[in-house]
Design a protein around this ligand. Structure first.
Ligand SMILES: C[S@@+](CC[C@H](N)C(=O)[O-])C[C@H]1O[C@@H](n2cnc3c(N)ncnc32)[C@H](O)[C@@H]1O
Length: 280
């Protein structure tokens, strides 16, 4: 079988293309698959009760192609009607049974979402970004996603109490501790696990595109320049755009010709833009 080329998108079903990816060759799998029952008209929704059977053979391929210190980030959200669907919870359990460690859950809080009224709940303005790894030790470049320390430092760090000057152990008995004084004089700190990015849709001409900032954040956190990122459900090509911007390589897959063409166009435009920027 011919190996896949980097910075290329392949047209077809991910389950048929994934076997062409070499063992342990990918540093990060960053993807947003079709959600159950969603977008039946655009790209066919998988029924909720078939979702696990559909996803698990693909996840087995993910496990084969991911390098031992790599990460798999799954952006997904269960829908709701009378009550919430449970397939994402079942999927997490099934992935754990397959041998994945469910290392963390990040929340994508969709800022600037439109107002609305529902009879039994409020607007759903967050999605899950589930972080799975193959091992306890994995590549994580925490400094690459540091954020400005914020105004709290002006009051809190200028008014240190005696207990801020020594390491205090968390009351939750997690074994973790902190020493507030350590942050004095610093401009940047580590972020929390709630990511605040505005949603996009129309300008990407894909109804379920995520904003480039979302994959970019995980790419910076879990890979370094030159690493390989796989998105087997690449849609409009957003993960590829984030890779171009951050000098990572990507492999994309997309089942629908319409989105395959769109993704290729978006990638070409971005490549051209980067060349023009370099010439300036
Ligand atoms: C949630 S969208 C991904 C959107 C993408 N993150 C973006 O920003 O544009 C899921 C995509 O997976 C594609 N897809 C669905 N089933 C697939 C399969 N079996 N193999 C490859 N792609 C598939 C859909 O056509 C759709 O474009």
């Amino acid at each position: 079988m011919e190996p896949l080329r980097f910075n290329n998108i392949y047209l077809g079903d991910a389950k048929d293309i994934l076997p062409r990816v070499e063992d342990e060759s990918v540093d990060l799998i960053m993807t947003s698959p079709p959600y159950a029952e969603k977008r039946k008209k655009s790209y066919g929704g998988i029924p909720e009760n078939e979702y696990i059977d559909w996803f698990m053979p693909i996840a087995r391929e993910f496990k084969r192609v991911l390098q031992p210190k790599g990460s798999f980030v799954l952006n997904i959200k269960e829908g709701a009607n009378v009550q919430r669907e449970t397939y994402v919870i079942e999927l997490i359990l099934e992935l754990k049974r397959q041998g994945w460690l469910w290392t963390e859950e990040y929340i994508w809080y969709k800022t600037a979402s439109m107002p609305g009224k529902w009879p039994n709940r409020f607007r759903d303005s967050w999605e899950r970004c589930l972080h799975f790894t193959k091992n306890k030790k994995f590549n994580m470049y925490q400094d690459s996603v540091r954020v400005p320390i914020g105004d709290w430092s002006k009051t809190r760090l200028n008014n240190l109490k005696s207990y801020d000057k020594k390491r205090t152990i968390s009351a939750s008995k997690s074994g973790l501790g902190r020493k507030v004084m350590n942050w004095k004089g610093r401009d940047l700190v580590y972020p929390d696990n709630v990511l605040k990015f505005a949603p996009v849709c129309k300008n990407m001409r894909h109804s379920a595109a995520y904003p480039k900032e979302l994959p970019l954040w995980f790419i910076k956190l879990f890979t370094k320049k030159g690493d390989i990122v796989l998105d087997p459900f690449i849609g409009s090509g957003t993960t590829g755009l984030a890779c171009l911007e951050s000098n990572r390589n990507f492999i994309g897959m997309e089942i629908k010709r319409k989105y395959f063409n769109l993704a290729n166009k978006n990638i070409q435009l971005e490549q051209q833009r980067l060349i023009n920027d370099e010439k300036k």
